[in-house]
Design a protein. Sequence first.
Length: 346
Amino acid sequence: MIENVQRILICKLKFYGDVLLITPVIESLRVRYPEAKIDLLLYKDTKAILAADPRINQFYLVEKKTSLLKTIKNYCSLRSQLKDNHYDLVINLSDQWSIALLAASLGRHSISFKRGKSRWDKLFTQVVQAEGTHVVEQNLSILKGLGFNDSELKKEMLLSYHDSDYQALLTRDPELSSQRYVVIQPTSRQAFKCWDDDKFAQVINHLHKKGLSVYLTCGPAEDEQQQVQHIASLCETTPNLAFAGKTTFLQLAALLDHATLYIGVDSAPMHMAAALDKPQVCLFGATKPQQWRPWSDKAAVIWAGDYHPMPERKDLDRTQKYLTWIPTQAVNEAIDSILRNEEENI
């Protein structure tokens, strides 16, 4: 066990959902080292999902796509700033060689997962083998190398937002606070994670018949906004598009937090709903639900592999909609089951 830890750096250069999935690691460290300052090294854009987290002392950010010269300047500047902080502990949850070299150059106690490459392993004070099935379990297993026992591993995710984020939503739609509503995010950056538009429309019709309002959300990309508009055009009653592609991550968090139910595909909002402890129905295709499912006991996961064989990762066709095998009835039945449970617990 490392004693007298006053400053910790956690490195995680990945996507939004991946960053949210390290929050149990942050909480576990906060509880063991309550006086320590915890800093994060992230891709610049992913800061948005944890921007309101009160446990984070400082964010250090890396530009994802820049010229070689700008990248070198960015890393040199980062190294200078990080070295001045004299970290007692550097936890690397990234797999980029550049971050491994940066962490090693700080000359502080560092820990990372093994990669089966001796050059990688030699860059850190400690390397440990990742354990567990789900990504949250795997992330937490790095702390066992620091002497954490199972009871010290805090497994709950946390997503914070400001009251101003919710007020911004109410300004655009004052009726939001006076209705029971469902949030549906049908879009993903990758086609192989998407379901059929007409099936989402059928689900929305089912929700409207149960007296629930529906808000469709999506990212700001033009193709995602076109997709939600197409889904809306197929519905018997048009769902609300007021926030589609028009919220920050923290405003989306506020929208999810006040919802009755979330429905979506394998994407960051799925993990956000789980972190907010919201009931949800999530659709999976050619990704592994055992590893990436919502980290929540309130989530119903529907896997296309239960209806049709899914390809191995090496055979994955990213232009194929694998979720198409999921029948609408399965989603509607999962919705009805969750709503019944919610009503019984009121």
